[in-house]
Design a protein around this ligand. Sequence first.
Ligand SMILES: Nc1ncnc2c1ncn2[C@@H]1O[C@H](COP(=O)(O)OP(=O)(O)OP(=O)(O)O)[C@@H](O)[C@H]1O
Ligand SMILES: [Mg+2]
Length: 274
Amino acid sequence: MVPEPVGEYVSASANNVTKDAGTNREPALATRGLSKSFGSLAVARDIQLNLPVGGRYALIGPNGAGKTTLINLMTGMLKADAGQIVLGGEDITALEPQERVRRGLARTFQINTLFPGLNALEAVTLAVAERRGVARAFWRNIATYREAVDEAHEILVKLKLGDACYQPTRELPYGRQRLLEIALALATKPKVLLLDEPAAGVPQEESGEIFEAVANLSNELTLLFIEHDMHVVFRFATHIIVLVGGAIYTEGSPADIAADPGVREVYLGKRKHG
Ligand SMILES: Nc1ncnc2c1ncn2[C@@H]1O[C@H](COP(=O)(O)OP(=O)(O)OP(=O)(O)O)[C@@H](O)[C@H]1O
Ligand SMILES: [Mg+2]
């Protein structure tokens, strides 16, 4: 349920909003009239979004509201019935998922299925090499190899995974595996990173660690995350979008959302968790 507008959360977030606003840059990501139905069930209804560069956006809403669907539409995993998705001013609606990734739109992957036998540094190095287009031959050229390893190491350190470099990915604690998934997404050098419940299944004391690492990433990176834990949402988001029944119910600063009695009502009695 939505917490009371607690002083520390509200003021910290409000400052961030002011800092991010006021630039004349294209939004990092925008949607126009984005719509999608599964049969007679409308799961995205005329979604208009503008995410300025560097924002930390939380996408919240009851179970089945269409949050994951919206991310799937943005990444191209699902095709929209109508509307546009615009990345940094470029219409990417018709592009395949891989082409969207190449242009700077990333989401996380499940590492267990991708790199089960590698250690963390090897896994991220491979992802870096893949992006640089040197994955097939990079080990033949020591300089190319070193650059890829250095970049991978830098990403791991940024996410506080420096000490996990030589651990096999499958042996990492679950929370660190989720961080590694984010590291792999960062290896694509995204401008926009989409995270669908990045701390799902992670013990609560570790989920703060995940969000803290993510929130401390570059101000040039725009983040959109789905999260059910409202304390995490209010601590890390600079802006909150509330989705209900496939439509944007409201959006605003954490202070606005906390003060909105309608949002409280949407959540009360309808939440499975959070
Ligand atoms: N491929 C699909 N085919 C048919 N219906 C689907 C499909 N994917 C999702 N749905 C339905 O669309 C609605 C929105 O689902 P979605 O997964 O986007 O919700 P969500 O907001 O992410 O929920 P949660 O908080 O539980 O993750 C739900 O009613 C779901 O059952
Ligand atoms: Mg979901």
